[in-house]
Design a protein around this ligand. Structure first.
Ligand code: FEO
Length: 416
């Protein structure tokens, strides 16, 4: 009697589970709001379970599937993605339901055999792009989504009801608490930031591949999107599709400034705060500032997907770059971030190097513009530094405003 599930449509049930205990997704990304592992059971003449869940909630899924089937056999287990947060329960499901055939691609089967020592023989049904699986009234069509964000990923499209089972795409961090549909939640206010952080850090490197899938999706009569994490989209699909289009093309959501500073004794922080005030006085709206030493880098990466302009401020450390700033720049390069505008503040008590090093790191990325002049502190603020910051603020404000005119917008932040 431990089942906990909801109808998605008359024939589709959400049979996943949420985890609010896990601290770090992939043992990397903080989960202050938990995470959901979604799975869906389609009941027709044939029955199909679409994906399994993480090991931490595997028993919940077993209860849900058993209850939803109500004594019927499971005919198919469709596996769209072989990452362990969705494939941990595969062997238990196949063991519990011996009639079930596992539906996956050749790449999916290869990964399955790497994760598990199993020989499923005739129980495997291999599919590829465009193949269909008839369940009765419903027909699933498979859509390849390679490198969104693993090579084997497929999506399944229910041609009857227009439901896209989208694997990780359109997913987000955050546990589901009863409300499983985005339209039941204040999504823009409470969920968008984590949806962006999920996209930026998990899928963000693969913008070209996401664009390819969005082009395929544009040709489908999609009425609902069922991702593997976070809420289901059944209204205002254009909202999340639009965000994905911007994020995957590397286009900022807002003409806005994020200031990322590292500071050992508060002087660089002081400069960052002064610059923020100068920017505000120059008319820039939507300025946010983060201490890179105490902010998990996943949040900084997420903001980099949102804003048009970024100020990096950091001390020189051992004739190198202050380590948390170095980590951020290294992550930006690894995730192939591109097309942003930067301003730099450096500090160094006897040999300032951080400005040059930040500039060099940005130069290794695509289409990163660095505004001049870099503001230099030698230990602490002086009237001359304040003047240099003022010139930098002017340059940033002018550039933000120029883009606003081009975009025809105000840059005012409407959602987080
Ligand atoms: Fe949610 Fe790529 O696993």
């Amino acid at each position: 009697m431990a089942y906990c599930m909801r109808h998605v449509t008359e024939d589709i049930l959400w049979v996943g589970a949420s985890d609010r205990r896990l601290a770090l997704f992939e043992n990397l990304f903080p989960l202050p709001n938990g995470v959901s592992y979604n799975a869906y059971l389609l009941l027709d003449e044939k029955t199909a379970l679409i994906d399994t869940v993480d090991a931490s909630v595997a028993h919940r899924q077993m209860e849900n599937v058993a209850q939803a089937l109500g004594g019927r056999a499971l005919d198919y287990l469709v596996v769209n993605h072989l990452e362990p947060d969705h494939c941990a329960n595969i062997l238990d499901i196949l063991s519990q339901y011996p009639e079930a055939r596992l539906v996956t691609t050749d790449k999916g089967l290869k990964l399955l055999n790497q994760f598990y020592d199993c020989d499923l023989g005739e129980r495997v049904l291999l599919v590829k792009e465009g193949d269909q699986l008839a369940l009765g009234k419903h027909v699933l069509r498979f859509i390849a989504a390679p490198m969104v964000h693993w090579p084997e990923v497929t999506m399944a499209f229910d041609e009857t009801d227009g439901v896209l089972f989208s694997a990780d795409a359109f997913g987000t961090f955050g546990a589901l608490s009863g409300s499983i549909f985005a339209d039941e939640l204040p999504f823009a206010r409470d969920w968008l930031a984590d949806a962006r952080r999920y996209y930026a850090n998990i899928v963000g490197k693969y913008g070209v591949q996401v664009q390819n899938v969005l082009k395929k999706a544009a040709g489908l009569p999609i009425k609902m999107i069922c991702p593997l994490h976070g809420p289901i989209w059944r209204e205002d699909l254009g909202y999340i599709l639009g965000k994905y289009d911007l994020w995957s093309r590397g286009v900022p959501e807002a003409r806005a400034v994020a200031i990322f500073y590292g500071s050992m004794y508060g002087h660089t922080e002081n400069a960052a705060d002064i610059l923020a005030m100068q920017l505000a006085e120059a008319g820039v709206q939507n300025i946010v500032a983060y201490d890179v030493s105490k902010t998990d880098v996943s949040y900084l990466i997420s903001e980099l997907f949102r804003v048009s302009h970024v100020v990096l401020a950091a001390p020189t450390y051992n004739n190198n770059l202050y380590r948390p700033m170095e980590t951020l720049l290294s992550d930006m390069k690894a995730l192939c971030l591109h097309d942003r505008t930067f301003a730099l503040i450096e500090n160094g008590s006897w040999a300032p190097q951080s400005g040059k090093l930040m500039s060099y790191a940005l130069g290794e990325m695509k289409n990163m513009t660095v505004l001049t002049p870099t503001a230099t502190l030698r230990s602490a603020l002086t009237p001359a530094t304040r003047e240099a910051l003022s010139r930098l603020a002017e340059a940033v404000a002018k550039d933000v405003e120029a883009g606003e005119e081009e975009a025809g917008g105000t840059g005012r932040r409407e959602d987080n």
